[in-house]
Write a protein that binds this ligand. Sequence first.
Ligand code: PLP
Length: 382
Amino acid sequence: MTMYLDNNATTPLAPEALSAMQAALSELYGNPSSLHQVGEQAADALGEARRSVAALLGVSARELVFTSGATESIATALQCALSDQTRRGRTRVLTTAVEHAAAMDPLSRRRARGLEIVEIGVDGRGALDGQRLEAELDERCALVNVMLVNNETGVIHDVRAIAARAQAVGARVHVDAVQAAGKMSLDLGQWPIDYASFSAHKLHGPKGVGALYVKHKAPFEALFTGGGQEGERRAGTQNVVGAIGFGRAAHSARAWLASEPAPERLRDLFEQAILADIPGTFVQGGTRRIWNTSNLRFEGLSGEALVIWLSAQGLCASTGAACSSGKQAPSHVLLAMGLTPRQASACVRFSLSRFTTPAEIERARALVAEGVRTLRALAPAP
Ligand code: PLP
């Protein structure tokens, strides 16, 4: 039986999201922009989904735009903030050295077009360099772009405090909250931020649908034009079925968050057992971490070899972000934390979900120990 501990890459659908989508696929075929009753039914379902997602995030439904996923949400947020701010002569962007490629790549393309992109580094535990941030933040800043939870280490950044500082100098703030939504309680409407990005498939919703939070009165410039959908903020007929799945997944996540007092219990058990069982093992990311993520370094081992070995035994883990784990390059997040390329390539990320059971964790722990022993015996460290 497959044990899936790669939930930061994507999650299986929540059963209630699946059944809501199955029903919607056959019954809610209307175009939500149509005036007739079949269209209205689809529009009503879309509205309900938007309210569910908004409730999970602690924002108003009117401030949410459905998108095709976080990559599109991030690209839109960057366009909104930067088009407006560069017109005002602000051309500097503060971002972090540990962002997901969905933010890093569009920002580095803008660097080539003359924007000044300043990357704030992190310390060995993955915490942002607050002093550097403070020193770089001034009236030239157009935007502060920061992730709330790191996808590779689970480190939680103090985004609220950073945003307050950014707002004080007139910079816009975008938060990549992809790995936070559904895993921690959020009331983003109370935060001094302008935009935030989300993907449904990270919280047991479907792939190919996401959301962008746009604070009331924050500047907006659509990435896609040619239709009045989403309040003229995202042209194109909405993915109604996807949004319904997102809404149901958000609804369940919110109920779970209200009922689960100590979700880190299983992850901590897993880590403690592995650290005790296997010498030369280290946890990466020592500051506040989200409850589901465990990035472990096994000295002298190839993380990729361990992931392949574990996969053959039915355990799915990962060497880093799914979109970059096909590449050979060591993780930019781990390098930014001061690991050498060799150390970074000895890391494996295990990411749990609220559906992970104690029995799975026990089995995973035993398999990881066996895998590390086997691989170390095959290729002893020099
Ligand atoms: N941001 C973070 C932190 C992520 O983990 C991901 C996905 O791995 C994304 C952005 C991009 O999400 P998507 O591929 O759903 O657009």
